[in-house]
Design a protein around this ligand. Structure first.
Ligand code: C2E
Ligand code: MG
Ligand code: MG
Length: 599
Protein backbone atom coordinates (compact mmCIF):
# COMPACT_ATOMS: atom_id res chain seq x y z
CA UNK A 1 0.00 0.00 0.00
CA UNK A 2 1.70 3.14 -1.14
CA UNK A 3 1.39 6.21 1.06
CA UNK A 4 0.57 8.56 -1.75
CA UNK A 5 -1.44 6.02 -3.57
CA UNK A 6 -0.92 4.93 -7.12
CA UNK A 7 -3.52 5.58 -9.81
CA UNK A 8 -6.74 3.68 -9.06
CA UNK A 9 -6.17 1.08 -11.76
CA UNK A 10 -2.80 0.27 -10.21
CA UNK A 11 -4.35 -0.31 -6.82
CA UNK A 12 -3.82 -3.71 -5.29
CA UNK A 13 -7.16 -5.41 -4.72
CA UNK A 14 -7.13 -8.32 -2.32
CA UNK A 15 -9.98 -10.80 -2.00
CA UNK A 16 -10.59 -13.28 0.78
CA UNK A 17 -13.29 -15.88 0.11
CA UNK A 18 -13.41 -19.64 0.47
CA UNK A 19 -15.31 -19.94 -2.81
CA UNK A 20 -12.74 -19.87 -5.55
CA UNK A 21 -15.37 -19.45 -8.22
CA UNK A 22 -16.60 -16.24 -6.72
CA UNK A 23 -13.06 -14.85 -6.59
CA UNK A 24 -12.69 -15.55 -10.30
CA UNK A 25 -15.93 -13.80 -11.08
CA UNK A 26 -15.02 -10.71 -9.02
CA UNK A 27 -11.58 -10.54 -10.53
CA UNK A 28 -12.87 -10.76 -14.07
CA UNK A 29 -15.41 -7.96 -13.42
CA UNK A 30 -12.66 -5.78 -12.01
CA UNK A 31 -10.31 -6.62 -14.85
CA UNK A 32 -12.98 -5.53 -17.27
CA UNK A 33 -13.04 -2.24 -15.41
CA UNK A 34 -9.28 -1.82 -15.85
CA UNK A 35 -7.84 -3.12 -12.56
CA UNK A 36 -4.62 -5.05 -12.94
CA UNK A 37 -3.28 -6.00 -9.54
CA UNK A 38 -4.89 -8.71 -7.48
CA UNK A 39 -4.16 -10.95 -4.55
CA UNK A 40 -6.53 -13.74 -3.64
CA UNK A 41 -6.90 -15.96 -0.60
CA UNK A 42 -9.20 -18.95 -0.23
CA UNK A 43 -7.79 -20.12 3.11
CA UNK A 44 -9.20 -17.86 5.83
CA UNK A 45 -6.47 -19.04 8.25
CA UNK A 46 -3.79 -17.61 6.01
CA UNK A 47 -5.62 -14.35 5.30
CA UNK A 48 -4.02 -12.18 7.96
CA UNK A 49 -0.47 -13.08 6.98
CA UNK A 50 -1.28 -12.39 3.35
CA UNK A 51 -2.81 -9.03 4.16
CA UNK A 52 0.32 -8.18 6.10
CA UNK A 53 2.65 -9.14 3.29
CA UNK A 54 0.55 -7.68 0.46
CA UNK A 55 -0.67 -4.49 2.11
CA UNK A 56 -3.68 -4.19 -0.24
CA UNK A 57 -5.22 -0.85 -1.14
CA UNK A 58 -8.62 -2.40 -0.68
CA UNK A 59 -9.75 -5.71 0.82
CA UNK A 60 -12.87 -7.61 -0.29
CA UNK A 61 -13.77 -9.88 2.59
CA UNK A 62 -16.34 -12.65 2.75
CA UNK A 63 -18.02 -12.88 6.14
CA UNK A 64 -19.23 -16.46 6.05
CA UNK A 65 -16.25 -18.77 5.85
CA UNK A 66 -15.45 -22.05 7.63
CA UNK A 67 -13.05 -22.20 10.62
CA UNK A 68 -12.09 -18.49 10.67
CA UNK A 69 -14.93 -16.13 9.93
CA UNK A 70 -14.74 -12.80 8.17
CA UNK A 71 -15.66 -11.17 11.48
CA UNK A 72 -12.48 -12.56 13.05
CA UNK A 73 -10.36 -11.23 10.21
CA UNK A 74 -12.08 -7.87 10.34
CA UNK A 75 -11.44 -7.65 14.04
CA UNK A 76 -7.79 -8.69 13.68
CA UNK A 77 -7.12 -6.14 10.93
CA UNK A 78 -8.70 -3.31 12.87
CA UNK A 79 -6.66 -4.21 15.96
CA UNK A 80 -3.36 -4.25 14.09
CA UNK A 81 -1.63 -0.85 14.25
CA UNK A 82 -0.10 -1.25 10.83
CA UNK A 83 -3.15 -2.59 9.03
CA UNK A 84 -5.92 -0.81 10.86
CA UNK A 85 -6.70 1.73 8.15
CA UNK A 86 -7.04 -0.81 5.33
CA UNK A 87 -10.40 -0.19 3.59
CA UNK A 88 -12.54 -3.33 3.81
CA UNK A 89 -15.57 -4.07 1.66
CA UNK A 90 -17.53 -6.86 3.28
CA UNK A 91 -19.17 -9.42 0.98
CA UNK A 92 -22.19 -11.05 2.42
CA UNK A 93 -25.19 -13.00 1.32
CA UNK A 94 -26.81 -12.19 4.59
CA UNK A 95 -29.26 -9.40 4.25
CA UNK A 96 -30.17 -9.37 7.91
CA UNK A 97 -29.42 -6.10 9.63
CA UNK A 98 -27.82 -7.83 12.65
CA UNK A 99 -24.95 -9.17 10.57
CA UNK A 100 -24.47 -5.84 8.87
CA UNK A 101 -24.53 -3.99 12.16
CA UNK A 102 -21.94 -6.31 13.64
CA UNK A 103 -19.69 -5.82 10.61
CA UNK A 104 -20.12 -2.08 10.85
CA UNK A 105 -19.21 -2.12 14.53
CA UNK A 106 -16.08 -4.07 13.70
CA UNK A 107 -15.08 -1.43 11.16
CA UNK A 108 -16.28 -2.50 7.72
CA UNK A 109 -15.93 0.34 5.23
CA UNK A 110 -18.55 -0.82 2.72
CA UNK A 111 -20.96 -3.68 1.99
CA UNK A 112 -21.54 -5.66 -1.13
CA UNK A 113 -24.26 -8.26 -1.50
CA UNK A 114 -23.80 -11.69 -2.95
CA UNK A 115 -24.39 -12.61 -5.71
CA UNK A 116 -22.20 -9.78 -6.84
CA UNK A 117 -23.49 -7.34 -9.38
CA UNK A 118 -20.69 -6.15 -11.68
CA UNK A 119 -21.54 -2.47 -11.83
CA UNK A 120 -22.21 -2.25 -8.12
CA UNK A 121 -18.89 -3.96 -7.41
CA UNK A 122 -16.92 -1.58 -9.62
CA UNK A 123 -18.66 1.42 -8.13
CA UNK A 124 -18.03 0.35 -4.53
CA UNK A 125 -14.39 -0.46 -5.16
CA UNK A 126 -13.78 2.81 -6.94
CA UNK A 127 -15.50 4.89 -4.27
CA UNK A 128 -13.62 3.14 -1.53
CA UNK A 129 -10.31 3.71 -3.28
CA UNK A 130 -11.10 7.34 -3.95
CA UNK A 131 -11.88 7.87 -0.30
CA UNK A 132 -8.75 6.02 0.72
CA UNK A 133 -6.72 8.14 -1.61
CA UNK A 134 -8.09 11.28 -0.08
CA UNK A 135 -7.41 9.92 3.40
CA UNK A 136 -3.89 8.95 2.40
CA UNK A 137 -3.21 12.39 1.05
CA UNK A 138 -4.33 13.96 4.25
CA UNK A 139 -2.35 11.54 6.32
CA UNK A 140 0.81 11.05 4.25
CA UNK A 141 1.32 14.00 1.96
CA UNK A 142 2.68 17.45 2.64
CA UNK A 143 0.33 19.99 1.09
CA UNK A 144 2.97 22.70 0.59
CA UNK A 145 5.36 20.60 -1.49
CA UNK A 146 3.27 17.64 -2.63
CA UNK A 147 5.98 15.38 -1.22
CA UNK A 148 5.40 12.60 1.31
CA UNK A 149 5.27 14.01 4.81
CA UNK A 150 7.07 12.46 7.76
CA UNK A 151 4.63 9.55 8.37
CA UNK A 152 4.38 8.95 4.62
CA UNK A 153 8.13 8.92 4.22
CA UNK A 154 8.64 6.63 7.21
CA UNK A 155 5.98 4.27 6.02
CA UNK A 156 7.31 3.83 2.51
CA UNK A 157 10.90 3.68 3.72
CA UNK A 158 10.02 0.91 6.15
CA UNK A 159 8.38 -0.96 3.31
CA UNK A 160 11.40 -0.58 1.06
CA UNK A 161 14.09 -1.30 3.65
CA UNK A 162 13.90 -5.12 3.72
CA UNK A 163 14.53 -5.22 -0.03
CA UNK A 164 17.32 -2.67 0.21
CA UNK A 165 19.02 -4.43 3.09
CA UNK A 166 18.91 -7.73 1.24
CA UNK A 167 21.07 -6.24 -1.50
CA UNK A 168 24.05 -5.82 0.83
CA UNK A 169 24.85 -2.38 -0.50
CA UNK A 170 24.63 0.82 1.48
CA UNK A 171 21.58 3.02 1.53
CA UNK A 172 22.10 6.59 2.63
CA UNK A 173 19.42 8.63 4.34
CA UNK A 174 20.12 12.34 4.20
CA UNK A 175 18.39 14.79 6.48
CA UNK A 176 18.60 18.28 5.05
CA UNK A 177 17.52 21.21 7.12
CA UNK A 178 17.55 24.94 6.63
CA UNK A 179 16.78 27.49 9.32
CA UNK A 180 15.99 30.15 6.72
CA UNK A 181 12.67 28.46 5.95
CA UNK A 182 11.49 29.39 9.45
CA UNK A 183 12.93 32.87 9.12
CA UNK A 184 11.15 33.36 5.80
CA UNK A 185 7.87 32.33 7.41
CA UNK A 186 8.33 34.93 10.14
CA UNK A 187 9.42 37.77 7.88
CA UNK A 188 7.70 37.11 4.54
CA UNK A 189 4.71 35.04 5.64
CA UNK A 190 3.50 31.51 5.06
CA UNK A 191 2.86 31.82 1.35
CA UNK A 192 6.43 32.88 0.62
CA UNK A 193 7.84 30.26 2.98
CA UNK A 194 5.78 27.51 1.32
CA UNK A 195 6.92 28.69 -2.08
CA UNK A 196 10.53 28.48 -0.92
CA UNK A 197 9.96 24.97 0.40
CA UNK A 198 8.35 23.96 -2.87
CA UNK A 199 11.25 25.30 -4.91
CA UNK A 200 13.77 23.62 -2.63
CA UNK A 201 11.84 20.35 -2.91
CA UNK A 202 11.85 20.64 -6.69
CA UNK A 203 15.59 21.24 -6.86
CA UNK A 204 16.19 18.23 -4.66
CA UNK A 205 13.85 16.11 -6.75
CA UNK A 206 15.61 17.12 -9.95
CA UNK A 207 18.96 16.24 -8.43
CA UNK A 208 17.62 12.92 -7.21
CA UNK A 209 16.32 12.03 -10.68
CA UNK A 210 19.63 12.98 -12.29
CA UNK A 211 21.49 10.75 -9.85
CA UNK A 212 18.99 7.96 -10.39
CA UNK A 213 19.63 8.18 -14.13
CA UNK A 214 23.28 7.62 -13.38
CA UNK A 215 22.64 4.57 -11.25
CA UNK A 216 22.35 6.04 -7.79
CA UNK A 217 19.00 5.44 -6.22
CA UNK A 218 17.24 4.29 -9.36
CA UNK A 219 16.29 0.97 -7.91
CA UNK A 220 13.44 2.33 -5.87
CA UNK A 221 10.84 2.72 -8.55
CA UNK A 222 8.02 2.48 -6.04
CA UNK A 223 9.94 3.36 -2.90
CA UNK A 224 10.65 6.60 -1.12
CA UNK A 225 12.98 9.13 -2.65
CA UNK A 226 12.37 12.38 -0.96
CA UNK A 227 10.02 13.63 1.71
CA UNK A 228 9.36 16.73 3.74
CA UNK A 229 9.82 15.44 7.22
CA UNK A 230 9.55 18.60 9.28
CA UNK A 231 8.83 22.32 9.13
CA UNK A 232 12.18 23.06 7.59
CA UNK A 233 13.46 19.58 6.91
CA UNK A 234 13.69 17.26 3.93
CA UNK A 235 14.81 13.64 3.82
CA UNK A 236 16.33 11.91 0.81
CA UNK A 237 17.10 8.29 0.18
CA UNK A 238 19.93 7.08 -2.02
CA UNK A 239 20.17 3.30 -2.21
CA UNK A 240 22.88 1.12 -3.74
CA UNK A 241 25.96 3.05 -2.70
CA UNK A 242 29.27 1.28 -2.52
CA UNK A 243 31.17 3.61 -0.22
CA UNK A 244 30.54 6.30 2.33
CA UNK A 245 32.44 8.62 -0.02
CA UNK A 246 29.60 8.28 -2.52
CA UNK A 247 27.26 9.69 0.10
CA UNK A 248 29.71 12.50 0.81
CA UNK A 249 29.85 13.35 -2.88
CA UNK A 250 26.05 13.37 -3.03
CA UNK A 251 25.91 15.76 -0.07
CA UNK A 252 28.24 18.12 -1.87
CA UNK A 253 26.03 17.98 -4.96
CA UNK A 254 22.93 18.58 -2.86
CA UNK A 255 24.52 21.60 -1.24
CA UNK A 256 25.63 22.87 -4.64
CA UNK A 257 22.03 22.86 -5.88
CA UNK A 258 21.39 25.52 -3.25
CA UNK A 259 24.13 27.82 -4.51
CA UNK A 260 21.81 29.73 -6.80
CA UNK A 261 19.31 32.01 -5.03
CA UNK A 262 15.61 31.24 -4.66
CA UNK A 263 12.86 33.68 -5.40
CA UNK A 264 10.08 34.49 -2.96
CA UNK A 265 7.84 37.52 -2.96
CA UNK A 266 10.15 39.34 -5.34
CA UNK A 267 13.19 38.74 -3.11
CA UNK A 268 16.25 36.73 -4.08
CA UNK A 269 16.89 34.45 -1.17
CA UNK A 270 19.99 32.39 -0.54
CA UNK A 271 19.47 29.23 1.44
CA UNK A 272 22.26 27.65 3.32
CA UNK A 273 21.22 24.14 4.38
CA UNK A 274 23.03 21.54 6.47
CA UNK A 275 22.87 17.80 5.97
CA UNK A 276 23.15 14.80 8.28
CA UNK A 277 23.75 11.33 6.87
CA UNK A 278 22.81 7.93 8.25
CA UNK A 279 23.83 4.74 6.48
CA UNK A 280 22.40 1.24 6.45
CA UNK A 281 23.00 -1.22 7.85
CA UNK A 282 25.35 0.23 10.47
CA UNK A 283 23.27 3.16 11.69
CA UNK A 284 19.94 1.34 11.66
CA UNK A 285 17.65 -0.94 9.78
CA UNK A 286 14.31 0.78 10.38
CA UNK A 287 13.17 4.17 9.16
CA UNK A 288 12.78 5.74 12.60
CA UNK A 289 16.25 4.68 13.73
CA UNK A 290 17.85 5.97 10.54
CA UNK A 291 15.97 9.26 10.74
CA UNK A 292 17.12 9.72 14.32
CA UNK A 293 20.76 9.15 13.37
CA UNK A 294 20.51 11.48 10.38
CA UNK A 295 18.90 14.07 12.63
CA UNK A 296 21.72 13.84 15.17
CA UNK A 297 24.26 14.11 12.36
CA UNK A 298 22.42 17.11 10.98
CA UNK A 299 22.58 18.85 14.35
CA UNK A 300 26.33 18.23 14.32
CA UNK A 301 26.58 19.75 10.85
CA UNK A 302 24.69 22.86 11.98
CA UNK A 303 26.72 23.41 15.14
CA UNK A 304 30.04 22.24 13.68
CA UNK A 305 32.74 24.60 12.68
CA UNK A 306 33.54 22.72 9.49
CA UNK A 307 32.86 24.47 6.22
CA UNK A 308 31.43 21.43 4.54
CA UNK A 309 27.98 21.60 6.21
CA UNK A 310 27.40 17.88 6.18
CA UNK A 311 28.19 15.23 8.73
CA UNK A 312 27.82 11.49 9.01
CA UNK A 313 26.25 9.98 12.07
CA UNK A 314 29.37 7.91 12.50
CA UNK A 315 32.25 10.17 13.49
CA UNK A 316 34.90 8.03 11.88
CA UNK A 317 33.00 7.94 8.59
CA UNK A 318 32.78 11.70 8.52
CA UNK A 319 36.51 12.07 8.88
CA UNK A 320 37.40 9.22 6.57
CA UNK A 321 34.95 9.96 3.82
CA UNK A 322 35.70 13.65 3.78
CA UNK A 323 39.39 12.92 3.61
CA UNK A 324 38.91 10.39 0.85
CA UNK A 325 36.61 12.68 -1.07
CA UNK A 326 39.22 15.42 -0.90
CA UNK A 327 41.93 13.00 -1.94
CA UNK A 328 39.97 11.75 -4.92
CA UNK A 329 39.23 15.31 -6.08
CA UNK A 330 42.87 16.32 -5.71
CA UNK A 331 44.17 13.12 -7.28
CA UNK A 332 42.10 13.80 -10.38
CA UNK A 333 44.08 17.00 -10.86
CA UNK A 334 47.39 15.59 -9.68
CA UNK A 335 47.87 13.59 -12.85
CA UNK A 336 47.37 16.65 -15.08
CA UNK A 337 49.33 18.96 -12.78
CA UNK A 338 52.36 16.69 -12.85
CA UNK A 339 52.33 15.95 -9.13
CA UNK A 340 52.91 12.21 -9.47
CA UNK A 341 56.43 10.84 -9.25
CA UNK A 342 58.04 7.48 -9.78
CA UNK A 343 60.74 6.43 -7.39
CA UNK A 344 62.95 3.45 -8.03
CA UNK A 345 63.90 0.90 -5.42
CA UNK A 346 67.03 -0.99 -6.43
CA UNK A 347 67.00 -4.78 -6.67
CA UNK A 348 70.35 -6.32 -5.87
CA UNK A 349 71.79 -9.70 -6.83
CA UNK A 350 72.62 -11.55 -3.60
CA UNK A 351 75.57 -13.34 -5.10
CA UNK A 352 77.35 -10.63 -7.10
CA UNK A 353 76.09 -7.40 -5.49
CA UNK A 354 75.11 -6.08 -8.91
CA UNK A 355 72.03 -3.89 -9.21
CA UNK A 356 69.83 -5.93 -11.55
CA UNK A 357 67.01 -3.45 -11.81
CA UNK A 358 64.46 -1.52 -9.80
CA UNK A 359 60.85 -1.53 -8.83
CA UNK A 360 59.08 1.64 -9.90
CA UNK A 361 56.94 2.84 -6.99
CA UNK A 362 54.52 5.69 -7.28
CA UNK A 363 54.64 8.76 -5.05
CA UNK A 364 52.52 11.85 -4.96
CA UNK A 365 54.22 15.17 -4.40
CA UNK A 366 51.20 16.64 -2.67
CA UNK A 367 51.09 20.43 -2.87
CA UNK A 368 50.11 20.79 0.81
CA UNK A 369 51.25 17.63 2.53
CA UNK A 370 54.58 16.77 0.93
CA UNK A 371 55.50 13.38 -0.47
CA UNK A 372 52.76 10.79 -0.10
CA UNK A 373 53.31 7.03 -0.27
CA UNK A 374 50.85 4.90 -2.24
CA UNK A 375 49.16 3.55 0.90
CA UNK A 376 47.59 6.98 1.28
CA UNK A 377 45.96 7.16 -2.15
CA UNK A 378 46.02 3.87 -4.10
CA UNK A 379 42.83 2.67 -2.37
CA UNK A 380 40.99 5.85 -3.33
CA UNK A 381 42.35 5.61 -6.86
CA UNK A 382 41.00 2.08 -7.15
CA UNK A 383 37.58 3.01 -5.79
CA UNK A 384 37.18 6.03 -8.03
CA UNK A 385 38.48 4.48 -11.23
CA UNK A 386 41.44 6.88 -11.22
CA UNK A 387 43.72 3.87 -11.00
CA UNK A 388 43.25 3.48 -14.79
CA UNK A 389 44.78 6.81 -15.88
CA UNK A 390 47.24 6.59 -12.98
CA UNK A 391 48.42 3.15 -14.08
CA UNK A 392 48.81 4.39 -17.66
CA UNK A 393 50.90 7.27 -16.40
CA UNK A 394 53.09 4.92 -14.33
CA UNK A 395 53.66 2.55 -17.24
CA UNK A 396 54.52 5.35 -19.65
CA UNK A 397 56.78 7.13 -17.16
CA UNK A 398 58.64 3.94 -16.22
CA UNK A 399 59.09 2.92 -19.85
CA UNK A 400 60.35 6.38 -20.79
CA UNK A 401 62.82 6.38 -17.89
CA UNK A 402 63.97 2.87 -18.73
CA UNK A 403 64.46 3.95 -22.34
CA UNK A 404 66.65 6.87 -21.17
CA UNK A 405 68.84 4.53 -19.12
CA UNK A 406 68.96 2.10 -22.01
CA UNK A 407 69.99 4.96 -24.30
CA UNK A 408 72.75 5.96 -21.86
CA UNK A 409 74.17 2.46 -22.02
CA UNK A 410 73.37 1.71 -18.39
CA UNK A 411 72.28 -1.75 -17.34
CA UNK A 412 70.94 -4.06 -18.62
CA UNK A 413 68.25 -3.35 -16.07
CA UNK A 414 64.83 -4.75 -15.37
CA UNK A 415 62.36 -2.06 -14.36
CA UNK A 416 59.34 -3.46 -12.58
CA UNK A 417 55.89 -1.89 -12.81
CA UNK A 418 53.04 -2.78 -10.46
CA UNK A 419 49.84 -3.53 -12.35
CA UNK A 420 46.56 -2.95 -10.62
CA UNK A 421 43.38 -4.96 -10.85
CA UNK A 422 41.49 -2.78 -13.37
CA UNK A 423 44.55 -2.59 -15.61
CA UNK A 424 44.77 -6.33 -15.61
CA UNK A 425 41.05 -7.01 -15.79
CA UNK A 426 40.21 -5.20 -19.00
CA UNK A 427 42.26 -7.76 -20.91
CA UNK A 428 44.17 -5.09 -22.85
CA UNK A 429 47.33 -4.92 -20.76
CA UNK A 430 49.48 -6.80 -23.29
CA UNK A 431 48.27 -4.60 -26.12
CA UNK A 432 48.98 -1.43 -24.15
CA UNK A 433 52.42 -2.69 -23.18
CA UNK A 434 53.24 -3.49 -26.79
CA UNK A 435 52.35 0.06 -27.85
CA UNK A 436 54.38 1.41 -24.95
CA UNK A 437 57.52 -0.52 -25.89
CA UNK A 438 57.17 0.56 -29.47
CA UNK A 439 56.59 4.21 -28.60
CA UNK A 440 59.60 4.31 -26.29
CA UNK A 441 61.81 2.10 -28.45
CA UNK A 442 62.55 -0.08 -25.46
CA UNK A 443 63.52 -3.77 -25.56
CA UNK A 444 60.83 -5.83 -23.86
CA UNK A 445 63.36 -7.52 -21.54
CA UNK A 446 63.78 -4.18 -19.79
CA UNK A 447 60.33 -4.30 -18.23
CA UNK A 448 58.73 -6.57 -15.66
CA UNK A 449 55.05 -6.47 -14.79
CA UNK A 450 54.32 -7.25 -11.15
CA UNK A 451 50.99 -8.88 -10.45
CA UNK A 452 49.98 -9.72 -6.92
CA UNK A 453 49.31 -13.30 -6.11
CA UNK A 454 45.75 -12.57 -4.96
CA UNK A 455 44.93 -10.85 -8.24
CA UNK A 456 46.09 -13.91 -10.16
CA UNK A 457 44.26 -16.44 -8.05
CA UNK A 458 40.87 -14.74 -8.30
CA UNK A 459 40.40 -15.44 -11.96
CA UNK A 460 43.14 -17.88 -12.79
CA UNK A 461 41.86 -18.87 -16.23
CA UNK A 462 41.75 -15.30 -17.52
CA UNK A 463 44.95 -14.41 -15.73
CA UNK A 464 46.77 -17.24 -17.46
CA UNK A 465 45.84 -16.04 -20.94
CA UNK A 466 46.96 -12.51 -20.18
CA UNK A 467 50.17 -13.69 -18.60
CA UNK A 468 51.01 -15.68 -21.72
CA UNK A 469 50.26 -12.65 -23.88
CA UNK A 470 52.64 -10.53 -21.80
CA UNK A 471 55.35 -13.19 -21.80
CA UNK A 472 55.02 -13.63 -25.57
CA UNK A 473 55.91 -9.96 -25.93
CA UNK A 474 59.16 -10.72 -24.10
CA UNK A 475 58.24 -8.90 -20.90
CA UNK A 476 59.19 -10.24 -17.50
CA UNK A 477 56.40 -11.21 -15.15
CA UNK A 478 56.63 -11.23 -11.37
CA UNK A 479 54.27 -12.71 -8.83
CA UNK A 480 54.25 -10.02 -6.15
CA UNK A 481 53.65 -10.48 -2.43
CA UNK A 482 53.95 -14.23 -2.80
CA UNK A 483 52.69 -16.12 0.22
CA UNK A 484 49.78 -13.81 0.95
CA UNK A 485 47.34 -14.89 -1.73
CA UNK A 486 46.79 -18.60 -1.17
CA UNK A 487 47.67 -19.79 -4.65
CA UNK A 488 47.90 -23.52 -4.93
CA UNK A 489 50.93 -25.28 -6.25
CA UNK A 490 49.04 -26.36 -9.33
CA UNK A 491 48.38 -22.71 -10.23
CA UNK A 492 51.93 -21.72 -9.60
CA UNK A 493 53.13 -24.43 -11.94
CA UNK A 494 50.96 -23.08 -14.75
CA UNK A 495 51.70 -19.39 -14.31
CA UNK A 496 54.38 -18.42 -16.85
CA UNK A 497 56.06 -16.04 -14.40
CA UNK A 498 59.74 -15.21 -14.54
CA UNK A 499 60.06 -13.97 -10.99
CA UNK A 500 58.68 -14.83 -7.58
CA UNK A 501 58.70 -12.09 -4.94
CA UNK A 502 58.56 -13.38 -1.39
CA UNK A 503 56.41 -11.11 0.74
CA UNK A 504 58.05 -9.03 3.44
CA UNK A 505 55.95 -10.67 6.15
CA UNK A 506 58.04 -13.86 5.80
CA UNK A 507 61.28 -11.92 5.90
CA UNK A 508 60.83 -9.86 9.08
CA UNK A 509 61.61 -12.66 11.54
CA UNK A 510 63.66 -14.77 9.20
CA UNK A 511 66.83 -14.83 11.29
CA UNK A 512 65.01 -15.88 14.46
CA UNK A 513 62.01 -17.94 13.41
CA UNK A 514 62.64 -21.47 12.24
CA UNK A 515 59.22 -21.71 10.66
CA UNK A 516 59.76 -18.63 8.50
CA UNK A 517 63.14 -19.96 7.47
CA UNK A 518 61.64 -23.28 6.50
CA UNK A 519 58.91 -21.56 4.47
CA UNK A 520 61.28 -19.21 2.72
CA UNK A 521 63.69 -22.03 1.92
CA UNK A 522 60.81 -24.01 0.44
CA UNK A 523 59.65 -21.08 -1.67
CA UNK A 524 63.17 -20.52 -2.98
CA UNK A 525 63.52 -24.18 -3.93
CA UNK A 526 60.07 -24.20 -5.46
CA UNK A 527 60.67 -21.02 -7.47
CA UNK A 528 63.92 -22.37 -8.81
CA UNK A 529 62.41 -25.69 -9.75
CA UNK A 530 59.80 -23.80 -11.79
CA UNK A 531 62.53 -21.79 -13.50
CA UNK A 532 61.80 -18.51 -11.73
CA UNK A 533 64.15 -16.01 -10.21
CA UNK A 534 63.39 -15.55 -6.52
CA UNK A 535 63.33 -12.05 -5.05
CA UNK A 536 63.00 -11.27 -1.35
CA UNK A 537 61.20 -8.04 -0.45
CA UNK A 538 61.70 -5.82 2.56
CA UNK A 539 65.24 -6.66 3.68
CA UNK A 540 66.14 -4.31 6.49
CA UNK A 541 68.98 -6.05 8.30
CA UNK A 542 72.29 -7.65 7.50
CA UNK A 543 71.10 -10.81 9.24
CA UNK A 544 68.10 -11.14 6.94
CA UNK A 545 70.28 -10.65 3.89
CA UNK A 546 72.84 -13.11 5.08
CA UNK A 547 70.27 -15.84 5.71
CA UNK A 548 68.80 -15.31 2.24
CA UNK A 549 72.23 -15.44 0.65
CA UNK A 550 72.92 -18.78 2.21
CA UNK A 551 69.52 -20.09 1.22
CA UNK A 552 70.30 -19.39 -2.43
CA UNK A 553 67.81 -16.54 -2.90
CA UNK A 554 68.69 -14.64 -6.07
CA UNK A 555 67.81 -11.01 -5.52
CA UNK A 556 66.84 -8.74 -2.67
CA UNK A 557 65.08 -5.43 -2.37
CA UNK A 558 64.90 -3.50 0.88
CA UNK A 559 65.73 -0.52 3.02
CA UNK A 560 69.01 -2.18 4.05
CA UNK A 561 70.40 -1.11 0.72
CA UNK A 562 68.02 1.64 -0.33
CA UNK A 563 64.49 2.91 -0.21
CA UNK A 564 62.81 3.85 -3.45
CA UNK A 565 64.61 6.97 -4.66
CA UNK A 566 64.17 9.53 -7.47
CA UNK A 567 65.70 8.51 -10.83
CA UNK A 568 68.84 10.63 -10.42
CA UNK A 569 69.61 9.06 -7.04
CA UNK A 570 69.03 5.62 -8.48
CA UNK A 571 71.47 6.43 -11.24
CA UNK A 572 74.01 7.50 -8.64
CA UNK A 573 73.56 4.16 -6.85
CA UNK A 574 74.02 2.34 -10.13
CA UNK A 575 77.27 4.11 -10.75
CA UNK A 576 78.52 3.55 -7.20
CA UNK A 577 79.94 0.39 -5.72
CA UNK A 578 77.69 0.50 -2.65
CA UNK A 579 75.55 -2.55 -3.43
CA UNK A 580 78.55 -4.75 -4.15
CA UNK A 581 80.31 -3.71 -0.96
CA UNK A 582 77.21 -4.47 1.07
CA UNK A 583 76.69 -7.93 -0.39
CA UNK A 584 80.37 -8.83 -0.27
CA UNK A 585 80.67 -7.70 3.36
CA UNK A 586 78.39 -10.45 4.56
CA UNK A 587 79.72 -13.09 2.23
CA UNK A 588 83.07 -12.69 3.92
CA UNK A 589 82.04 -11.91 7.48
CA UNK A 590 79.08 -14.01 8.50
CA UNK A 591 79.24 -17.72 9.12
CA UNK A 592 76.72 -19.84 7.32
CA UNK A 593 73.53 -20.14 9.40
CA UNK A 594 72.23 -23.50 10.59
CA UNK A 595 70.67 -25.45 7.71
CA UNK A 596 66.91 -25.84 7.91
CA UNK A 597 64.67 -28.58 6.70
CA UNK A 598 62.15 -27.38 4.12
CA UNK A 599 58.57 -27.31 5.49
P1 C2E B 1 54.79 -3.65 -3.38
O1 C2E B 1 54.61 -3.75 -4.85
O2 C2E B 1 54.90 -4.92 -2.63
O3 C2E B 1 56.03 -2.72 -3.16
C1 C2E B 1 56.95 -2.89 -2.14
C2 C2E B 1 56.66 -1.99 -1.00
O4 C2E B 1 57.46 -2.35 0.07
C3 C2E B 1 56.99 -0.53 -1.29
O5 C2E B 1 56.10 0.27 -0.55
C4 C2E B 1 58.37 -0.41 -0.72
O6 C2E B 1 58.74 0.91 -0.38
C5 C2E B 1 58.21 -1.25 0.50
N1 C2E B 1 59.51 -1.71 0.97
C6 C2E B 1 60.57 -2.05 0.25
N2 C2E B 1 61.59 -2.41 1.02
C7 C2E B 1 61.16 -2.30 2.29
C8 C2E B 1 61.77 -2.54 3.57
O7 C2E B 1 62.90 -2.91 3.67
N3 C2E B 1 61.01 -2.32 4.65
C9 C2E B 1 59.73 -1.89 4.56
N4 C2E B 1 59.06 -1.68 5.67
N5 C2E B 1 59.12 -1.65 3.38
C10 C2E B 1 59.84 -1.87 2.26
P2 C2E B 1 55.34 1.46 -1.17
O8 C2E B 1 56.16 2.20 -2.14
O9 C2E B 1 54.70 2.19 -0.05
O10 C2E B 1 54.22 0.72 -2.00
C11 C2E B 1 53.25 -0.04 -1.39
C12 C2E B 1 52.44 -0.76 -2.39
O11 C2E B 1 51.72 0.14 -3.22
C13 C2E B 1 53.24 -1.59 -3.35
O12 C2E B 1 53.57 -2.81 -2.76
C14 C2E B 1 52.27 -1.75 -4.48
O13 C2E B 1 51.35 -2.78 -4.22
C15 C2E B 1 51.54 -0.44 -4.47
N6 C2E B 1 52.13 0.41 -5.52
C16 C2E B 1 53.23 1.18 -5.49
N7 C2E B 1 53.40 1.80 -6.67
C17 C2E B 1 52.39 1.40 -7.45
C18 C2E B 1 52.01 1.67 -8.82
O14 C2E B 1 52.69 2.41 -9.56
N8 C2E B 1 50.89 1.07 -9.30
C19 C2E B 1 50.17 0.23 -8.52
N9 C2E B 1 49.07 -0.33 -9.06
N10 C2E B 1 50.48 -0.06 -7.26
C20 C2E B 1 51.59 0.52 -6.74
MG1 MG C 1 55.44 -4.66 -6.23
MG1 MG D 1 55.42 -6.67 -2.97
Amino acid sequence: MSPTMAAWDEALVMMVDDEEMLLDVIQSHLEDAGYTRFATCTEPEAALDLIRSNRPDVLLLDLMMPRVSGFDILHAVRSDTELQFTPIIVLTAASDPVTKLKALELGATEFLSKPVDASELVLRVRNTLAFKRYQDRLAYEDTATGLPNRPGFIRSLDEALPKLLARHTTTALMHLTCGQFGLARETLGSRAADSLLRQAGQRLQTLHSEKADRGLGNSLSDGPRIGRIGDQDFALIFPNLLHAEDAAALCKDMLATFDAPFEADGHAIFLNPSIGVALTPGDGQRAEALLNCANVACAKAISGTSKSRFEFFSESLTTRSKERLTISNQLRKAIDHGELRLHYQPKVCLQTGRITGAEALIRWQHPEHGLWLPGKFIGVAEETGLIGPMGDWVAQEAAAQAARWYGQGLGPLKIAINASRPQFEDGLLAQRMQELLHRNKLPAEWLIIELTESLLVEDAARALQQMHDLRNLGLGLAIDDFGTGYSSLSYLKRFPASELKIDRSFIIDLPVHDKDRAIVQTVITLGHSLGMEVVAEGIETIDQMSVLQHMGCDVFQGFLFSKAVPPDDFEALLRSDAARSLVMSTQQATPEPEPVTPA
